[in-house]
Design a protein around this ligand. Structure first.
Ligand code: DAH
Length: 341
């Protein structure tokens, strides 16, 4: 008799042992402790047991029922704990992993440099004056002392719409338009896109220039030197120097080309500056009297200074960029290297 309950106890023990989930355990619990379960079946078999043994058998079955209930409870608690631990482990976050930063936008290097240049000149009292990108032969050439058939027209390969309408090849027409307004003195900066039929590692068909013009009484080449020294100090660093080399532009007389000490070798001579220690950065000069006259300014009373620089060129020198085209390829690997603020 006792062997029946004992046998059931062993079976329950070994089956509970093998259970791996709370769900399977509750099914097993029904099979043993439920209304139609194995333990109740034992009680139902009581009638077949000799009367003198019934009390003992009943006691053994009750004990078994209590023990099995306790076993199920223990096992259920253990399984629940294990399942919770597994859930936590599967949801665990490794806080030592590097985070994924959202991609944030930033300013293009040309915009960074343009803003720096504008800031430098605004600090010296300049105002922004913007001209049109599609302009006339008069503003782009004639009013700048470059008449038709003048050899200086070959200095730029211009895109023409008609004989008279063209994509401006430089920002110098901004000088003429600001002088025509008739308000003196003038101290303007004219930034914008310019276009030329030219395309290689150092030329792009579209690029950016900034034109500067000062017209006042007694303006001279010395003022130009002072302005450009300050500009170079802000854009490069305090040690960068400028030098003027005589040059030729139809709209300035005298004309100069301005060099800065090479930012890579600081004047010692390297591959970037071709061993000279200097890099050409812009063209400038004293405004040609003809140009003042054509725009209605009396050159006996007023004089002017002008300069024109390429933003791409300054950017390439400042950051050591060998090919202008990288500035227009929208390659994030390249662009992300710059100060993104
Ligand atoms: N316009 C010239 C160019 O595109 C640059 C330049 C040179 C502008 C001398 C000036 C200047 O105002 O004085 O090459």
């Amino acid at each position: 008799m006792a062997s029946k309950t004992e046998e059931l106890r062993q079976r329950v023990l070994s089956e509970i042992e093998g259970v791996r989930s709370v769900k399977a355990l509750s099914e097993l619990k029904v099979a043993y402790l439920g209304k139609n379960g194995a333990i109740k079946a034992l009680l139902r078999g009581m009638k077949d047991i000799p009367a003198e043994n019934r009390a003992e058998f009943g006691k053994a079955v009750n004990e078994l029922s209590d023990d099995v209930s306790a076993l199920f409870e223990q096992k259920e608690a253990a399984l629940k704990k294990k399942e919770l631990q597994e859930k936590f482990a599967s949801q665990a976050v490794d806080i030592t992993l590097p985070g994924k930063r959202p991609l944030s936008g930033g300013l293009h290097p040309l915009t960074i440099v343009k803003n720096k240049i504008i800031d430098a000149f605004i600090g010296m009292g300049f105002e922004i004056f913007e001209g049109p990108e599609i302009d006339s032969d008069y503003y782009c050439f004639q009013a700048l002392n470059i008449p038709k058939d003048h050899p200086a027209r070959d200095m730029q390969d211009t895109f023409y719409f008609t004989d008279n309408i063209l994509l401006r090849p430089h920002t110098s027409p901004g000088q003429v338009r600001s002088m025509e307004k008739g308000k003196l003195p003038i101290k303007i900066l004219s930034p914008g896109r310019v276009y030329r039929a030219d395309d290689d590692a150092s030329h792009s068909p579209m690029f950016h220039q900034i034109e500067g013009l000062v017209v006042d009484k007694g303006v001279s080449l010395c003022d130009l030197k002072g302005l450009l020294d300050e500009f170079v100090r802000v854009i490069f660093d305090g040690d960068t120097e400028t030098r003027f080399r005589p040059s030729y532009f139809p709209f300035t007389e005298p004309s100069v080309e301005v060099d800065v000490t090479c930012c890579k070798c600081h004047g010692k001579g390297c591959g970037l500056c071709k061993g000279t220690g200097w890099i050409e950065i812009l063209g400038a000069g004293v405004v040609n009297k003809n140009v003042l006259k054509m725009s209605g300014i009396d050159p006996d009373i007023y004089s002017g200074l002008a300069f024109g620089l390429g933003i791409e060129r300054v950017t390439m020198i400042k950051y050591g960029i060998p090919d202008i085209r990288t500035l227009f390829e929208s390659n994030l690997k390249f662009l992300e290297q710059f100060d993104r603020r």
